[in-house]
Design a protein around this ligand. Structure first.
Ligand code: CMC
Length: 362
C-alpha cells in the first residue's frame, strides 16, 4: 500500500501531464508557458473538452454560448436566502451548484462552466450588502466575472491577468479534486455530482485552500525585515509554510512563474501594490533558504498558490473567496476528466487492507 497513493498510476489521460522532476505542465499537447501567453479561458476550455461531448465545443462560438448561459443562470442568484449567504463563498457556491440538474451531455457541461462565473461574483456582492450585477453575454468570461464583481468594466490588463490565471489552473493531472471527479464519474452519477465532489476536495488547505492563508502570512510578516524570523518561528511551531511544497513537483511549480509573469503588466501599469510584490519576493527567497536548510532531503519550492494570492488580491477578490475562484477555473478540468472517465474508464473501486481486530469466534 502507498500512503496517500503517492506515485500510484490510477488513470490514463490525454488531458494533462505534470512532470514533477522537470517542472513542466502540458495541457492537451501544449506546454503551459505557450498556453498562458496565447490562450483565453474560452480557448483552453474548447481545447480541454474537444471530442468529449456529443456536440463540439467550437472555440469561435464558445464565448457566445457561455455568455448566453451566464444570462440564463442569473435567475438562480436574484433571491438568495440569508442562510446560504452566511456560508463561506466556496460553500455558498457549492450549495448553488447543487441546485443544478445532473447530466452528462454538452448542455450539462456548458451550464457547469458558466455557473461558477455567475454565482461567485453575485455571492460576494450580496455578502457585502450590494446588489448582484446581471451578466453581459457580449464579454469574455474573465471580463464579465470582474465586471460582475467590481461593478465596472475591467482594464485590459486586469482581464488578461484573470484569463492567465484561469488558463494556468485549468487542469493539472490527477490531483485530489480531479481524482474525486473521476471517481464520481466512474459510477455514472453525472457531471454536476462530479463537480460537487471535486469542489469539496479542492477546498481543503492542502489543495486549493492555501492562497487565502498565503495572504494572511504576508500580512502577519508585514515587512521584509521580519520575514526570516517569522518564518523560522512558524516552522519551529511545526507549521507548514503556505504556498510551498507539492506532492509531485520536486522543483519550482511552473504555474507559479506563469502567474508571476501575469502580474507584470498589472505592476507596470500601477494596478497592483508594488510594495506587496517586493515583500512577496523577499518572503519567497527567505522561505526557500530556510526550507532548504531544514529539509535537506525533501526539495520544497514555491507552488501555484503563492502567486495566486497576489494576483487575485490585485484583481479585487476578497481572500476568503480565493478557493472559489480556483474552482471557477478548474471546473473545466474536472468536467473534461469526468467525461474522459465516462467514455473510457471502468468503475473505480480499489481495495483496502484490513488492520482491525479479527472476530474472537471464527
Ligand atoms: N512547509 C514546511 N514543511 C513542509 C511543507 C511546507 N509547505 N510541505 C511539506 N513539508 C515537509 C513536511 O513537513 C514533511 O516533513 P517531514 O518528512 O520531516 O515530516 C515533508 O516536507 C514531506 O511532506 P508531505 O506531507 O509528505 O508532503 P505531501 O506531498 O503530502 O504534501 C503538500 C504536499 C502540498 C500538501 C505540502 O507541501 C503542504 O502542506 N504545503 C503547504 C500547503 C500548500 O501550499 N498547498 C497548496 C498545494 S499546490 C495546489 C495544488 O496543486 O493543489
Amino acid at each position: 500500500m502507498k500512503n496517500g497513493l503517492e506515485d500510484v498510476i490510477a488513470a490514463e489521460t490525454q488531458l494533462s501531464d505534470v512532470d514533477g522532476q522537470a517542472g513542466r505542465l502540458i495541457i492537451r499537447g501544449v506546454s503551459l508557458d505557450h498556453l498562458v501567453s496565447t490562450a483565453t479561458y474560452e480557448s483552453v476550455a474548447a481545447l480541454l473538452l474537444d471530442g468529449l461531448t456529443e456536440r463540439n465545443f467550437d472555440p469561435a462560438e464558445l464565448g457566445r454560448w457561455l455568455g448566453e448561459m451566464r444570462g440564463r443562470l442569473f435567475a438562480h442568484v436574484t433571491a438568495l436566502d440569508p442562510d446560504l449567504l452566511a456560508l463561506p463563498p466556496v460553500d455558498a457556491m457549492r450549495a448553488l451548484i447543487a441546485r443544478l440538474p445532473d447530466g452528462e451531455d454538452f448542455d450539462a457541461a456548458l451550464r457547469l462552466l458558466a455557473a461558477p462565473a455567475v454565482f461567485l461574483p453575485a455571492i460576494l456582492r450580496l455578502q457585502a450588502g450590494e446588489g448582484a450585477i446581471k451578466p453581459d453575454g457580449s464579454l469574455s468570461q474573465a471580463a464579465d466575472i470582474l465586471r460582475m464583481l467590481n461593478g465596472r468594466l475591467p482594464s485590459n490588463e486586469q482581464t488578461a491577468a484573470l484569463d492567465a490565471y484561469l488558463v494556468t489552473i485549468s487542469d493539472h493531472g490527477l490531483n485530489a479534486s480531479t481524482f474525486a471527479s473521476r471517481v464520481i464519474a466512474s459510477t455514472g452519477a453525472g457531471l454536476t455530482s462530479s463537480v460537487l465532489a471535486a469542489l469539496s476536495a479542492l477546498k481543503g488547505p492542502l489543495h486549493g485552500g492555501a492562497p487565502g492563508p498565503v495572504l494572511d502570512m504576508f500580512d502577519a510578516i508585514g515587512t521584509g525585515e521580519n520575514a526570516r524570523d517569522w518564518l523560522v518561528r512558524a516552522l519551529d511551531r511545526g507549521e507548514r509554510l503556505m504556498g510551498f511544497g507539492h506532492r509531485v513537483y520536486r522543483v519550482r511549480d511552473p504555474r507559479a512563474d506563469a502567474l508571476k509573469q501575469a502580474l507584470r503588466p498589472l505592476a507596470s501599469s500601477g494596478q497592483v501594490n508594488r510594495e506587496r510584490i517586493d515583500l512577496a519576493d523577499t518572503i519567497e527567497r527567505a522561505a526557500l533558504a530556510i526550507l532548504k536548510q531544514r529539509k535537506p532531503d525533501r526539495p520544497l519550492d514555491v507552488n501555484v498558490e503563492f502567486y495566486t494570492a497576489l494576483l487575485l488580491d490585485a484583481l479585487g477578490f476578497p481572500r476568503e473567496a480565493f478557493t472559489a475562484v480556483f474552482a471557477v477555473g478548474r471546473t473545466v478540468g474536472w468536467i473534461a476528466h469526468a467525461r474522459e472517465q465516462s467514455l473510457n474508464g471502468r468503475l473505480i473501486r480499489p481495495r483496502s487492507v484490513y488492520i482491525g481486530p479479527l472476530p474472537r469466534v471464527a
